[in-house]
Design a protein around this ligand. Structure first.
Ligand SMILES: Cc1ncc(COP(=O)(O)O)c(C=O)c1O
Length: 390
């Protein structure tokens, strides 16, 4: 017998990939330069040169048999030490290699964190607008995703609702800043308010409510944006990171989980991750990429294009009359749908070969997501077409 759960999932088509496929079709029909595809969140800049130099060095260093071996549980000590040192230097934290566990990117990091702090049947709470895949990540852990509705004016955390919804069945709260899909970066005041909520509710229910901080866009923060290191404000934090965006390596599957050393059961949690790897099939982050990281951290791609694109789009769209919260980071923004009619808007957008994603899948109806991880000349040439959508 086959597993009907996954058969049923086939019905839940991924609208983002459908739109991206449509964009490909249009590229073939009208030429790639005439399609303005803002659907997919894949980095548009290449990895830094250091990545390829490090790969070259590894090959030249020559010990091929060692290079491809299994790593110790949780990853190479030198890579984990580099990560801890980098975090401590930049954020004044006190991680050691023992607090870090290497993973196959953010999806796997979240998978480990959720399974470690929530048992099947418990709830994991997050805030809209949120990443559309969370539903499946949480389901995979056997838990129920509870989504606090968006504050649609600010796209900030809706604390009034969060206080009401955080009941004793919530094992963990999942946060993503800089945010996909909104580009929102939660400021220090917001993170302090969240820490207060979690501290009070943990005391009320007599248990640690963990904060799972999904940070694949941590390095993509724009000028003058207050972007606190979340783990510094709440001890029971598990940081989930990926090099998919900061080093433009989404296909290589490399990231880590970092447990705040002051968290309840910090050491036990890291040991548990090794067991979760065994059972979830996510074991063994790629060793070559761990070795590359050990050579190049804290290097990143040149991420400046995302801010350039954000400014161009934000300035033009607001001038034309779109309502949009200014993004502080990542490579997304979420304007409101002018007039509020999704179908009419999507038709008009597609007629203009502008491909954007409806906000519904991100639990933020009435909005659309723009992924501006595209070449800047494409953004510039798209602006006239956005005018047509009003
Ligand atoms: C908010 C968020 N979390 C997690 C992921 C998964 O990242 P990865 O491909 O590194 O597993 C993504 C990917 O786009 C994302 O946007």
């Amino acid at each position: 017998m086959i597993n009907s759960e996954y058969v049923e999932m086939l019905e839940h088509k991924d609208i983002i990939f459908e739109l991206a496929a449509y964009a490909n079709q249009r590229r073939a029909e009208v030429g790639p330069e005439n399609v303005f595809d803002f659907s997919l969140g894949g980095p548009s800049v290449p990895p830094p040169i250091e990545v390829h130099q490090a790969l070259q060095e590894l090959i030249e260093e020559g010990d091929i048999s060692v290079m491809h071996r299994y790593t110790p549980e949780g990853g190479l000590f030198e890579t984990k030490s580099m990560i801890a040192k980098d975090l401590n230097t930049r954020f004044g934290s006190s991680f050691t290699a023992d607090n870090i566990f290497m993973t196959c990117a953010a999806n796997a990091s979240l998978s480990h964190a959720m399974r470690a702090v929530a048992v099947p049947g418990e709830k994991i709470m997050t805030f809209a607008p949120c990443f559309s895949e969370y539903e499946y990540y949480v389901k995979g852990a056997g838990c129920e995703l509870v989504i606090v509705p968006a504050d649609t004016e600010t796209l900030n955390i809706n604390f009034d609702e969060a206080w009401k919804m955080l009941d004793e069945n919530v094992a963990a709260v999942l946060i993503n800043s800089p945010n996909n899909p909104s580009g929102k970066v939660y400021d220090t005041e917001t993170i302090k308010k969240l820490a207060e909520l979690l501290t009070m509710k943990s005391a009320e229910y007599g248990k640690a409510i963990y904060l799972i901080s999904d940070e694949p866009y941590r390095e993509i923060v724009f000028s003058d944006t207050d972007s606190p290191f979340i783990s510094n404000y709440y001890d029971n934090t598990i940081v989930c990171y990926s090099f998919s965006k900061s080093l433009s390596l989404p296909g290589e599957r490399i990231g880590y989980v970092a447990v705040n050393p002051k968290a309840d059961n910090a050491d036990l949690l890291v040991s548990m991750f090794a067991q979760i790897s065994r059972t979830s099939g996510h074991n063994g982050a790629p060793v070559i990429w761990q070795r590359v990281l050990a050579k190049i951290l804290p290097c990143t791609s040149d991420l400046s294009v995302y801010e350039t694109n954000a400014n161009l789009l934000y300035n033009a769209l607001t001038e034309y009359g779109f309502e949009v919260v200014k993004p502080g980071g990542s490579f997304y923004m979420m304007p409101k749908i002018p007039g509020g009619d999704l179908d009419a808007f999507m038709k008009k957008a597609l007629d203009n070969d502008i491909i954007v994603v409806p906000g519904d899948g991100f639990m933020c109806p009435g909005h659309f997501r723009l992924a501006y991880c595209v070449p800047t000349e494409r953004v510039e040439r798209s602006l006239e077409r956005f005018k047509n959508l009003l």
